[in-house]
Design a binder for this molecule. Structure first.
Ligand code: AMP
Ligand code: ZN
Length: 489
């Protein structure tokens, strides 16, 4: 069988602002760290977009033959910097609100998060370490940074000394932020008076009255700053310098900038060779976020309970929709776009069935290896899934023409194309036809059943209508009456 030339993978590195040829530190192996969720509430669809995008990266690296160690942490401690630049204990706040202990909160939402990972077909990372499980490692790194003269202790807290760091390193190298410009952005921040310089950030915060999680440290009781957990966990599992560090674009500054500073400050080494940033999921042009209140939950779109959409969409369709835009582009979620993706997904699925049953000829009338090469070329160009999908649809056109007897394919090429298309659709894009196939077969049957139920309702024959609804429920099918239509799942 032919084997496509996989060629060189290029990745856009946020650090250099360029696409770079990817050369792993250790041959055939990749170490990748991605900032995971802060589990004080259920992750929204925007959070999921970032994790789905890195799932694509993980999947393609595996597909390319690398042995990947993928570390995605869970933030369950520490003070997160909120949009106003203040240190906020979001998990503690949620614990007070819900009258639960902080780790009960994290456990509760982690169960949801893991469920969502399954629903949206994300591969589990190699490890999902937690901040609370690595307090000792965080303390040790802070001690090294202090020893190296890049941090100072003040009133039981420890701050990173940005001015001292800037004598040896370039603070702002990732985000391009200039310290003088930061000053204008800085508002009244808590503990600002403790810092030597306004841009200094907390590595350790002295315990405060309301803190619900407190640990012992050489500087007294307190809890870690947010950025230090990722430095501690990435170093522990991947080493002082590893291949890829990822996260949402909104984490570039200050979180990732500060991670670089902490690693350089502790070991003298920059943590990652490549920094990848996934762009935001927007709603009407604005970033979906909890604080803006313009978010919806990944479950709501699947079960049809979101008021933004008139019907439910399968998670496979949503994932397909997300794959149709590049990870570095913003993406607006609209009903129109989802409907188009739903149709496209069906076409793709149908064409795979057509290809399986396609007649073979002596020779192929088009260049199958070239077509397949285009799948690899798309993904090798900074994981360009939308181009990959466009190329898959070029294949769909050919398959339709074979079906219409206007093109031909030989047996070898057919097996090759089938195999490669399947692996790009299932293994790389992470799309599962199996699930919606069942829905598809059930579709016409359900249309009929719901029509019978509607007839009964029109005649006010509630017994029959209830009988149908309850019978469906027993079969695991839930019927929901909308304003205009009845939906089922
Ligand atoms: P958080 O739980 O807030 O730390 O966020 C978890 C991840 O979701 C981070 O990598 C964020 O960058 C990412 N994220 C947050 N909002 C969005 C959004 N609207 N679109 C895409 N990613 C997001
Ligand atoms: Zn992080």
């Amino acid at each position: 069988m032919n084997s496509p030339n996989k060629k060189q993978l290029f990745i856009f590195n946020s650090l250099s602002g360029k696409k770079e040829a990817f050369v792993p530190i250790h041959k055939d192996k990749v170490g990748m760290y991605v900032c995971g969720p802060t589990l004080y509430s259920e992750p929204h669809m925007g959070n999921m977009r970032t994790f789905i995008n890195f799932d694509l990266v993980y999947r393609y690296l595996i597909h390319s033959g690398y042995q990947v160690k993928y570390v995605r942490n869970i933030t369950d401690a520490g003070h997160i910097t909120n949009s106003a630049g203040e240190q906020e204990d979001s998990i503690g706040n949620a614990a007070r609100m819900e009258q639960l202990q902080p780790l009960e909160i994290v456990y509760k939402y982690n169960l949801r998060f893991q469920e969502l990972n399954k629903i949206y077909n994300l591969l589990p990372p190699s490890i999902e370490p937690t901040a609370t499980g690595h307090i000792q490692e965080q303390i040790e790194i802070i001690e090294k940074i202090i020893e190296n003269g890049f941090a100072y202790v003040k009133n039981g807290s420890v701050y990173f000394d940005v001015k001292s760091y800037m004598k040896s390193y370039n603070y702002g190298e990732l985000s391009g932020r200039k310290v003088d410009e930061l000053e204008n952005e800085t508002r009244e921040l808590n503990a600002q008076e403790e810092k030597k310089f306004f841009a200094d950030f907390a590595l350790w915060k002295k315990a405060q009255k309301n803190d619900m999680q407190i640990w012992r440290s050489p500087w007294g009781d307190g809890n870690p700053g947010w950025h230090i957990e990722c430095t501690a966990m990435s170093t522990k599992y991947l080493g002082e310098t590893f291949d890829i560090h990822g996260g949402g674009l909104d984490l570039k500054f200050p979180h990732h900038e500060d991670e670089i500073a902490q690693s350089c400050g502790a070991s003298g080494k920059s943590p990652a060779n490549i920094w990848m940033h996934a762009n935001m999921l927007n709603v009407n042009g604005k970033k979906m976020s909890k604080s803006l209140g313009n978010f919806f939950l990944p479950q709501e779109i699947v079960d049809g309970s979101s008021t933004l959409f008139s019907k439910p969409y399968s998670p496979q369709v949503i994932r397909f929709f997300m794959m149709q835009s590049h990870y570095r582009s913003t993406l607006d979620l609209t009903e129109e776009a989802l409907n188009a993706s739903e149709k496209g997904f069906e076409r793709l699925q149908l064409s795979m069935e057509l290809l399986e049953n396609a007649p073979v000829s002596e020779s192929s009338s088009f260049g199958v290896p070239l077509l397949i090469q285009s799948f690899y070329d798309a993904m090798n160009d900074d994981f360009n899934a939308p181009i990959l999908i466009a190329n898959l649809f070029d294949a769909v056109k050919k398959i339709n023409l074979i079906h219409d007897k206007k093109e031909t394919i030989n047996a070898g090429d057919k097996a090759f194309l089938l195999n490669e298309m399947k692996s790009f659709i299932h293994d790389v894009l992470g799309l599962n036809f199996g699930l919606s196939k069942a829905d598809d077969r059930l579709g016409p049957v359900m249309d009929l059943v719901l029509e019978l139920r509607q007839n009964a309702r029109d005649k006010k024959d509630w017994d029959t209508s209830d009988l149908i609804r309850d019978g469906l429920k027993n079969a695991g099918i839930e019927v929901k009456d909308g304003k205009e239509n009845t939906h089922w799942k």
